[in-house]
Design a protein around this ligand. Structure first.
Ligand SMILES: [Zn+2]
Length: 492
């Protein structure tokens, strides 16, 4: 048997200026055999697909996999080109493939489209016809609805955020496809939406009460007689789209009534706990958070982790500016995106004194560039590595050119590419040691928790006047149905 693999992956924050064009996607695009080369053995959805296909002696046929990461909107032209490439690839393969495995995010947005993922899925279904299975692995932050995913034979999402189970999710999807091809199961799906949006920071699945809800969904899958798989999706609230927010997808073996009952039961639980899910932990204002971190760091054992979660492009400077203003010591700010400042540091080289303006270039709400005076500690031209642990284990990471700047008590690593620091690799790959710092400023929403929650003396969630606020009512949504979704209405 042969199974086609394709993917188009991007989490799009509608309110960010700028669009990711085709050339931007191409920086992390792979085709044909290069897909297996990049992802085999990695903790990614495609890594999971490949593991199951290898185990079952099924040949993977890579078409294209492109990843735009997490940023603003995707350009319509870029989406259309990849949609066409995937469709033409499937048409060229014709009857030589038995099924399709797709890796999508579920929260892609373009200026002209609120649900390109659904459009791509429909195009794939049209290309392969009604009979061959098409199974999708989505991100847990996908915004989904029943009509959009109906063309799929079955859909699965990561169960955890941090997404430490991406590989496992790919395996769940591929397993479903293989069992379908063998005639062992006939998957049917049901989707329920509870009418809830939460800020990304509170989509972390170890927070109460969300931890109990995702555990209940997993228990449905693991304790059922016969085939059942339930995925909870938190959605992505910074995408301004009609299907924004939580959804629950249940897949059963030929039993639509059971699928519907399971999806509705978990969705009902989410709806009931909506107040606690929307704000399960305190979020401090900027100066309050930074002063608390500076004070706490004097006596704490283990790093104080300061989370500038409203940053959407890895270049916001509200936190860095406040840390410099309050004289923070033994503080590290990993992976601040600024290609221009990196180039200036590379031009003078290690040991040189520099006066840079760093960060704050991606949009007016990011805080603007902040003056950074100090010494170039080290430079790393074209830094690429594979993640060493956790969510990114085995996954290729490309930071572009990197420069590490020491300015008083604050050390900043500047990257040429926008990549969110989520683990210790962000420090060790640029010659820094976490043990040398008392405060770490991160921009990750949930993924940092896998590496930092066990060792942090405290995690401080900090709100800033940026693109991804904790208070969603600050955003000027145009497409979200605000008359039917919490927090915009009390009782959706
Ligand atoms: Zn996600």
């Amino acid at each position: 048997m042969r199974v086609a693999i394709a993917g188009l992956h991007m989490e799009c924050a509608s309110f960010l200026p700028g669009e990711l064009d085709y050339a931007g996607f191409e920086r992390a695009a792979r085709r044909g055999g290069a897909i297996a080369e990049a992802f085999a053995g990695s903790n990614t959805a495609v890594g999971g697909f490949l593991a199951v296909l290898a185990r079952e002696g099924i040949e993977p046929v890579g078409i294209v996999h492109a990843d735009g990461g997490a940023a603003g909107m995707a350009a319509d032209d870029a989406f259309e080109r990849y949609r066409q490439e995937i469709v033409e690839g499937l048409e060229a393969l014709g009857g030589s493939i038995d099924g399709v495995l797709l890796h999508l995010h579920g929260a892609m947005v373009t200026p002209g489209r609120t649900d390109p993922d659904a459009e791509l899925l429909a195009a794939v279904r049209a290309a392969v016809g009604a009979d061959r299975p098409v199974v999708v692995a989505f991100d847990y932050h996908g915004n989904l609805d029943g009509d959009g995913i109906a063309p799929a034979t079955a859909a699965f999402g990561y169960r955890l955020s941090p997404h430490t189970d991406m590989g496992e999710t790919g395996e769940r999807a591929a397993d479903c496809l293989v069992r379908t091809l063998r005639g062992e199961i006939r998957p049917v799906m049901a989707v329920a939406k509870p009418g809830l949006m939460v800020p990304s920071i509170f989509s972390a699945t170890d927070l109460v009460p969300l931890s109990g809800i995702v555990a209940a969904a997993r228990a449905c899958s693991e304790t059922a007689d016969g085939y059942v798989d339930v995925s909870v999706f938190a959605g992505f609230s910074y995408a301004d789209v009609p299907n924004c927010g939580f959804s629950v997808v249940a897949v059963t073996d030929g039993d639509p009534t059971l699928a519907d009952a399971l999806a509705r039961a978990i969705s009902g639980e989410i709806s009931e706990r909506r107040h606690a899910l929307y704000a399960p932990a305190p979020v401090l204002g900027l100066d309050e958070a930074v002063l608390h971190a500076v004070h706490r760091a004097r006596t704490a054992v283990g790093p104080v982790v300061l989370v500038e979660h409203a940053d959407r492009a890895n270049d916001s400077t509200h936190g860095l500016r406040a840390l410099l203003r309050h004289g923070a010591k033994r503080t590290v700010v990993p992976s601040l995106w600024d290609p221009g400042a990196v180039a200036a540091a590379l031009a003078v080289g290690p040991g040189a004194e520099v006066r840079l303006q760093v960060g704050g270039h991606s949009g007016p709400l990011t805080g603007g560039p902040v003056p950074l005076e100090g010494r170039v500690r080290a430079v790393f031209p074209q830094l690429r590595y594979r993640g060493t642990a956790g969510m990114r284990a085995g996954t290729p990471v490309d930071l572009g050119d990197v420069a590490v700047i020491e300015s008083g008590g604050v050390t900043v690593s500047l990257t040429g590419k926008s990549e969110t620091a989520i683990d210790e690799d962000a420090l060790t790959q640029v010659g820094l040691r976490l043990g040398d710092f008392d405060i770490v400023l991160l921009r990750s929403k949930t993924h940092f928790r896998a590496a930092f929650e066990p060792i942090a003396s405290e995690i401080i969630l900090m709100d800033t006047p940026d693109y991804g606020p904790a208070d969603l009512t600050r955003l000027a949504y145009r497409h979200v149905p605000m008359d039917r979704v919490f927090p915009f209405v009390e009782d959706p």
